[in-house]
Write a protein that binds this ligand. Sequence first.
Ligand SMILES: NC(=O)c1ccc[n+]([C@@H]2O[C@H](COP(=O)([O-])OP(=O)(O)OC[C@H]3O[C@@H](n4cnc5c(N)ncnc54)[C@H](O)[C@@H]3O)[C@@H](O)[C@H]2O)c1
Length: 277
Amino acid sequence: MMGRVLDGVAPHMTEAGERGFMIASEREATREDIVAALRRERVDVLVNFLPVGSQAASEFYMECALEAGVGVVNAIPVFIASDPVWEARFRQRGLPIVGDDIKAQIGATVIHRSLSALFASRGVNVARTYQLNTGGNTDFMNMLDHDRLTAKKVSKTEAVQAALAARLDDENIRIGPADYVPWQKDNKICFLRLEGAGWGGVPMHLELRLSVEDSPNAAACVMDAIRFCKLARDRGEGGALIAESAFYCKHPPRQMAEDAALALLDARAAPQLDAAE
Ligand SMILES: NC(=O)c1ccc[n+]([C@@H]2O[C@H](COP(=O)([O-])OP(=O)(O)OC[C@H]3O[C@@H](n4cnc5c(N)ncnc54)[C@H](O)[C@@H]3O)[C@@H](O)[C@H]2O)c1
């Protein structure tokens, strides 16, 4: 059905013809329309997969979810689960939310975090790092508008800062989308570099190039997040799901080491698996 556009579509996306977004001419949905549709279809979990920078549109759909009584997986970098005011509203309403900004199965963020943790555990101080990403899908085209990128950069950068032994000054860490390369289509390439010093202050660096199919890489984690969100809704749990958000998202309410979040998730899924057997 037709949605409510708000700030979901950046002006340059409508000018890009078939490669961008073409806004349908149908009447836009009202909040009542969306709430009625969510109830009619007996929706358990609403997934927010709007373009980066859709602050007003995301808030509109969050209001719909709260009114209709459905759980939420917030896959984009608009801060809802990690915003105390929004999180409290989900908790008061008894509705679970996993967020914010989905972390792909084997994506740039989880690799960058894992390498940062490895350097820390081996006693190598990271002095400088970058993670530059290119791609050719509509997500990368949308992100050409740098005004829409503020939260995306915070989300991606904080995910890595949290895994480093010591936070880096802004000038020594650069993470974000670097450019839109149309012929790459849904192939995303990440160029990653870590510079540090090992024993005796001896310098070392690591270069990594990651090439992935962007959409299924994210979908893998969204699928799991939906399942955990449904479990929590059935159990009557409200508010941000702390372990699920930490494991599946770049900007959770509380960052955790990957293995610590996974151990908590296993414990949360265990009673359900036992019951199924
Ligand atoms: N690896 C990944 O794919 C990945 C990982 C993390 C986060 N994300 C985020 O997920 C989001 C979606 O990514 P994508 O690749 O699917 O982007 P996309 O551009 O292919 O899809 C966005 C869709 O939202 C629709 N839309 C725009 N405004 C709307 C509105 N107001 N109401 C209803 N629909 C609206 C557009 O028509 C489009 O179909 C982005 O914010 C992206 O950063 C993606």
